[in-house]
Design a protein around this ligand. Structure first.
Ligand code: NAP
Length: 298
């Protein structure tokens, strides 16, 4: 029997509706409009598409949206000056610098210049430390989306063995921290991990965040496990001669073994922008010392 397909697209639509309700309440009751500023440096076509989608969904949720598109040759000083202006702008509650940055810009320096209370990506070292020590943090959007899907599926996650494949600062590490906070037993795997297939087969929850198309095979999955596929990989589509998106998991084989699995596209991807909007409302509530919506973060 095939596993259930976790509908990230539908869940994300529900989350965006909740965000819009909270935005309407903030506006009506407190005369506050959450504002998100997205900064894009350079002309990476994929990044331009992401930024356009973020702006569109921010406006649809009733929020204030600002986009700064800067040329690829922007200096670090110019970028840091813009971030400083946004840090001091009372109409802005969330600042996101689209990654990757051009090679001459140091992403760590840039991210750590953002006011941590406005760091809706959750990448500032202060937020990383707060999350790692179990304190109230801004939580990175993609792992937050994965955790919301897992909680929706299972409720209590405690005691489950979670294997996270990938140890990036953006996905793997914060995902592991969140699962640990929810009392999973967590193992992080990476490119040097030995016997990764057997390790994955021991997972009740398997999160793949690798960036290698269909790396995780059906026989790497424990029967009945929940599989979260974060990967977004563009591969040639033999049927059409064009390209299509696939995850880090071999979906067709995995769905026959797993208890539940996220598809690509339509799984984790849509959750990421929805969580960005949710984080902007959370940041806005915290900055204004207003009660924080409980259903938008963890
Ligand atoms: P990343 O920074 O490139 O990290 C990839 C991780 O995978 C690294 O820790 C690497 O290990 C590990 N890895 C590489 N090859 C491996 C192998 N053969 N076996 C085991 N581990 C291996 O990537 P990322 O930013 O975390 O993104 C991962 C994937 O998620 C990408 O496909 C990306 O497009 C996607 N993504 C999706 C969303 C979304 O919204 N759905 C958001 C962010 C990222 P080492 O550390 O040892 O090199």
């Amino acid at each position: 029997m095939a596993g259930d397909i976790l509908d990230g697209k539908g869940f994300a639509a529900g989350l965006r509706r909740k965000v819009a309700d909270h935005v309407a309440r903030l506006r009506e009751v407190h005369d506050v409009v959450p504002g998100l500023a997205v900064v894009l440096v350079g002309d990476d076509p994929a990044s331009h598409v992401y930024v356009r989608n973020k702006g569109k969904q921010t406006i649809e949720a009733g929020m204030h949206s600002v986009e700064h598109r800067l040329p690829a040759e922007t200096s670090e000083q110019e970028l840091l000056a813009l971030i400083s202006t946004l840090n001091n702008d009372p109409a802005i509650h969330g600042i996101l610098v689209q990654l990757p940055l051009p090679a001459h810009l140091n992403a760590d320096v840039v991210i750590n210049t953002i006011d941590p209370s406005k760091d809706v990506d959750g990448f500032h070292v202060t937020n990383v430390g707060l999350l790692g020590t179990g304190q109230k943090a801004m939580v990175p959007c993609t792992p937050l989306g994965c955790l919301l899907l897992l909680r929706d599926r299972h409720g209590d996650l405690s005691g489950r063995h979670a294997v996270v494949v990938g140890r990036s600062n953006i996905v793997g590490k914060p995902m592991a921290n969140l699962l640990l906070q929810d009392s999973c037993t967590v193992t992080i795997a990476h490119s040097r991990t030995r016997e990764i297939e057997a390790l994955c087969r021991s997972a009740d929850i398997l999160v793949a965040a690798v960036g290698r198309p269909r790396m995780v095979k059906g026989n790497w999955i424990k029967p009945g496990a929940t599989v979260i596929d974060v990967g977004i990989n563009r591969v040639p589509a033999e049927e059409t001669g064009k390209t299509r998106l696939v995850g880090d998991v071999d979906f067709d084989a995995a769905v026959k073994v797993a208890g539940a699995i996220t598809p690509v596209p339509g799984g984790v991807g849509p959750m990421t922008i929805a969580c960005l909007l949710a984080n902007t409302v959370t940041a806005c509530s915290r900055i204004h010392n207003l009660p924080e919506p409980e259903d938008l973060t963890v």
